[in-house]
Ligand binder design. Structure first.
Ligand SMILES: *Cc1c(COP(=O)(O)O)cnc(C)c1O
Length: 402
């Protein structure tokens, strides 16, 4: 059966508006479309393809596990899930793991755990969840309501209650909102979808102190910032602030859907048998791939490489900006970078992305004013240089069309 981009409009609900080309194959940081055109990939499946496309070790992990056991459900446990949980606990603050299939589900589990923990320990009044404007936590109704973007959460009727929003990096405002009624703070230790916004290190420390003061849990959503993305295995490690609950997904599976919630034994205890669950969570195929991806990423050489590749990106992006004067700021960390557009280009991030695609460079936006790059952590330097040469031609096309 021959299918094309126009088939999309006939068979799919219209909640997405995908690019005109249809990718059919990927290798490393290169992708080919139906016509055989080649692209360099700085989008990385939205910060997912942490080792590029079809990394031989991940292909081998899928092949090995696919000949052993695909799925069981949580009526049974399985070896890949147990090994992956052990490795996550060994590599981070956590002592207990819950597996899900996506970032939203990991966050849903984190929020439900926080509410149950507060109910068990302090009673029903301790239900307030505070999150941040421009934050993003997924699209289930609970997580999208906790996310700080009305455009995503409005229009679906009555929302889950006791959820409030504060400005990111505004400790004074947060302090004024918190009380012993506060159950949890949920935050991204680097806001992704909201525009690649880094937290002030003092702000993060202050959030931790406020949580301790009010017996509230600190939940770090590291769905986008985790698994080596910032040059640390998890971004919290670079901030020297430890959360009570951490969620991870996207890069964790290197392209295979998986999510996880990490926490301490004491807090995790509150998800007693039957309180929460998932049919696919901890699926052996997903866990086998994630185990291999984690083994590869959690290596000082790979993490140091992220820091070096960031410097290479920044050098070329600054040169582009010297020539075209389009970016107000180049921000973010590691392989999660954003080019914030100058006011005269506000609202046009998508135009830059489309122009880049026309030059055979895949990238992302983060809101209407920021162009986002979230490539593989092991993208070859030649691909960075060639990709940014293509990006520069895209920038020139937008600037010259003005
Ligand atoms: C992408 C993302 C999510 C949602 O993950 P899904 O796998 O799409 O459900 C949640 N939080 C953050 C910070 C994200 O970037």
């Amino acid at each position: 059966m021959h299918v094309t981009r126009s088939t999309f409009d006939d068979v799919m609900v219209p909640n997405y508006n995908p690019a005109n080309m249809v990718p059919v194959r990927g290798e490393g940081s290169r992708v080919w479309d139906q016509e055989g055109n080649e692209y360099i990939d700085f989008a990385g499946g939205i910060a997912v393809n942490v080792l590029g496309h079809c990394h031989p070790e991940l292909v081998a992990a899928v092949q090995e596990q696919s000949q052993k056991l695909w799925h069981l459900s949580n009526v049974y446990t399985n070896e890949p899930a147990l090994r992956l949980a052990k490795k996550l606990n060994d590599a981070t603050f956590s002592e207990r793991v819950y597996f899900a299939n996506s970032g939203a589900e990991a966050n849903e589990a984190a929020l439900k755990l926080a509410r149950r923990w507060a109910l068990d320990k302090f009673g029903a009044e301790k239900d307030q969840i505070i999150a941040f404007n421009k934050g993003f936590h997924g699209r289930t109704f609970f997580t999208v309501t906790v996310g700080g973007q009305a455009a995503y959460s409005d229009g679906f009727g009555p929302k889950p209650g006791a959820i409030e929003h504060c400005d990111y990096n505004n400790l004074e405002q947060l302090a004024s909102m918190m009380s012993d009624r506060t159950c949890a703070i949920m935050m991204e230790p680097l806001q992704g979808e909201g525009g690649i916004i880094s937290p002030d290190p003092d702000f993060v420390k202050g959030v931790r102190e406020l949580c301790d003061k009010h017996n509230a849990l600190l939940i770090f959503d590291e769905v986008q910032s985790g698994v080596g993305r910032t040059g640390h295995l998890y971004a919290y490690m670079g901030l020297n602030v430890t959360p009570d609950i951490l969620t991870t997904a996207k890069s964790l599976g290197g392209g295979f859907p998986i999510g996880a919630m990490l926490t301490t034994a004491e807090i995790g205890e509150h998800l007693k048998p039957g309180t929460h669950g998932s049919t696919y969570g901890g699926n052996p195929l997903a866990c086998a791939v994630a185990e291999r991806a984690l083994d590869i990423v959690n290596d000082p050489a790979v993490l140091d490489g992220v820091v070096k590749k960031e410097a290479l990106f920044r050098k070329h992006l600054e040169a582009i900006n010297e020539e075209f004067d389009v970016f107000e700021e180049i921000r973010g960390k590691g392989m999660l970078l954003g080019c914030a557009l100058k006011p005269e280009y506000h609202g046009r991030a998508r135009d830059f992305m489309m122009a880049a695609t026309a030059e055979h460079l895949m990238c992302l936006v983060a809101g209407a004013n920021v162009i986002r790059f979230a490539p593989s952590l092991v993208i070859p330097d030649e691909d960075i240089v060639e990709g940014l040469a293509r990006f520069k031609r895209g920038v020139a096309a937008v600037v010259n069309a003005k």
